[in-house]
Design a protein around this ligand. Structure first.
Ligand SMILES: Cc1ncc(COP(=O)(O)O)c(C=O)c1O
Length: 358
């Protein structure tokens, strides 16, 4: 029945999310979920939202949650945009800012692969800019004078799947070099040790920062993400959203997300635990013969001295442990491993010891 599809559908290459396997005693270290649960206050708020009011549509402007996010970053509610997971926010970003008279979007060659899915979906012309050999972003590639100004620039900070982070001076320099382009920083993992470019927003009207509640707030199942930017950029996103789906967040998600954003103590405690476990995991992986890139995220990107990454991933799976392996240029010898609890990391390392010795 593919003959009934719209013309462009056959040519799409959809993003493939990490496996959600049903394996007994599964240890899931492949999709960068948080090993600690969400704030108990968020769970309580969601339970309290399950009332007869669910017959009513939610607030399409989501004012209460926008105000809570704004307070957290010392911004105003008109600088906050909400979406059904940051993937949806990013989809609207591509639609709203990156289709500008054939100018290309600039993005790194090794980064979150959904960006290229959106390029294909929205038919955004783009230029892939290679990262350096050590997977750092070469700032001169983004600041040097270019024949054609980009429609926009997007990168993740910390980057995925590498975990490497940029400083705010670099981000400020990139945004300053392209005042007529939206510069979008995807900060899905920023809370695990990097600095948020939200601090630059007051002086940088072309900058947008995108966050998710899926990682540091442990709410991947709730689907909430947000963008922070100047009111002018946020207006662009709102126009797209309200031409697509006015109510991307339901009443339960709005209540849970607000309580999660407001529970700073839980957020800090669980982020700290993940960071501590990461540092310990890096040392253990190095001891097992892995080279590990410096990570400011809740995952590490590691390459073994002598064992094939794809084979290690397959053998770990046989032991009920999922890690992420990308069959992609430059990174096919790396594994992206989500940081779990200390006990989960210990199980991973014990299993790796036996996998690597056979
Ligand atoms: C860099 C990056 N951005 C965005 C997302 C999407 O997150 P979500 O749609 O769960 O908010 C992910 C998910 O893994 C990611 O790795």
């Amino acid at each position: 029945m593919t003959t009934l599809w719209s013309d462009h559908i056959a040519g799409l290459t959809p993003y493939v999310p990490g496996e959600q396997a049903r394996i007994p005693n599964l240890l899931k270290l492949n999709t960068n979920e948080n090993p600690y649960g969400p704030s108990p206050k968020a769970i309580e708020a969601m339970r309290a939202a399950v009332t007869d009011d669910l017959r009513l549509y939610p607030d399409y402007q989501a004012q209460a949650l926008r105000q809570a996010v704004a307070r957290r970053y010392r911004l105003t509610a008109d600088q906050v945009f909400l979406g059904n997971g940051s993937d949806e926010v990013l989809a609207h970003v591509f639609n709203a800012f990156f289709l500008r008279g054939g100018r290309p979007l600039w993005l790194p060659d090794v980064t979150y692969s959904f960006y290229r899915t959106y390029c294909r979906f929205f038919q955004v012309p783009h230029r892939l800019i290679p990262l350096a050999d050590d997977f750092t972003l070469k700032v001169a590639d983004y600041t040097a004078v270019s024949e054609q100004e980009p429609a926009g620039i997007i990168f993740a900070n910390p980057n995925a799947p590498t975990g490497c982070a940029l400083g705010l001076d670099t981000i400020a320099a990139i945004a300053a070099a392209h005042p007529d382009s939206a510069v979008v920083v995807d900060e899905a993992y920023v809370d695990f040790g990097a600095e948020s470019a939200a601090a630059l927003l007051a002086d940088t009207p072309n900058l947008m920062v995108v966050h998710t509640l899926s990682k540091s707030r442990s709410l991947a199942g709730l689907r909430v993400g947000y963008a922070l930017a100047s009111p002018e950029l946020i207006q662009g996103l709102l126009r797209v959203k309200d031409s697509f789906n006015s109510y991307p967040l339901d009443r339960i998600a709005l209540a849970g997300a607000q309580a999660a954003i407001e529970d700073e103590a839980w957020f800090e405690r669980t982020c700290r635990a993940v960071i501590d476990a990461r540092e310990q995991l890096v040392r253990e992986l190095q001891g097992l013969g892995f080279a590990v890139l410096p990570s400011q995220a809740n995952f590490v990107f590691a390459r073994h001295r002598s064992h094939e990454a794809a084979i290690i991933a397959r053998r770990l799976r046989d032991h009920g442990i999922l890690v992420r392996h990308f069959q992609a240029p430059r990174i096919e010898q790396y594994l992206r491993i989500t940081v779990g609890t200390p006990e989960q990391c210990a199980r991973l390392c014990d299993t790796l010891k036996s996998v690597l010795s056979t």
